[in-house]
Write a protein that binds this ligand. Sequence first.
Ligand SMILES: C[S@@+](CC[C@H](N)C(=O)[O-])C[C@H]1O[C@@H](n2cnc3c(N)ncnc32)[C@H](O)[C@@H]1O
Length: 305
Amino acid sequence: MSLYYGLYVMLVPVFKLVEMVMRALKLDLVAKVLETRFGIFIIGLHDSRPKESAPKDSVSKTEIDHLSKMVNFWWDKNGPAKMLHTFYQVRVPLVVDGLAETGRIAKADTTKPDSLKGVRILEAGCGGGVLAEDLAQLGAYVVGVDPGKDMIDLANKHLETESVGLKNRIEYHAITVEEHAKKFAGTYDAVVCSEVMEHVDEKEMILEACVRCLKPGGSLFITTENQTMVAWFFYIILYEYILRIIPKKSHFYEKFVSADTVSAITSKYGCKMHRVRGFFYDRPVNSWYFIDNQDCNYGLHVVKR
Ligand SMILES: C[S@@+](CC[C@H](N)C(=O)[O-])C[C@H]1O[C@@H](n2cnc3c(N)ncnc32)[C@H](O)[C@@H]1O
């Protein structure tokens, strides 16, 4: 790993301390008052864009419209979505190791090129299909759903033109997870919801639908950003405002979610925690690593009873 990891290791305890002080002094309430009374926004804390007043599902039109603008560069491996294209380095082993640990695939098969053969996976919020294709490459049958029609069109276009060999192992649908769950409850070995939770206000709705799609004993994998000051600094201040490698207003602290919260919601719907693994994105070398710290990014694995 590069020196950048050293910076991360140094910053984590500093931010933790600041966070403790802020919590003790209830500075988050001060920030809310400043925002609501005087319109003084602290960058990336709260999402001031329009919200659904009575949400019927987990989808925010504002989020979908914002993300849809990214279709033009989604598959450019050196463009703004570059970090998504090396993310397989941790999110694929998260799924493969997890399914081996829970007995869905044999441990001896994890290193085989078709390690996921015969495994039926739902990718909830599949976007342009980057992860769906990574999983299908290993032999899984992947159903990708996403409420963003432009994203699904892009995923289909990429499949048709660049990845024809995977056509018999992937299908995409422009539909919400909640709608999909009405027809396909209890049918998947695994559901993967990667980098979606941070774009959803109604987290319980999407998580409930993800769990409903699983067979008993099936695995739900979530990757997202933790609700910490470290994640706020790296994803919003550094990536969006200083380095400008992610479009502004893609992330908000209030939408980040801790692994404890995801675990509590999914346990309400009959899941038990299997494992949480920390990830680190080493920007200068565009590589992802598993680390013990889960303050910025994490991958969570729960199992349906
Ligand atoms: C950052 S992209 C991640 C795409 C894909 N999972 C990946 O990692 O390559 C987030 C995706 O979540 C989708 N999304 C946003 N809200 C959603 C919701 N409530 N249910 C399902 N998908 C949603 C967006 O349309 C977008 O395609």
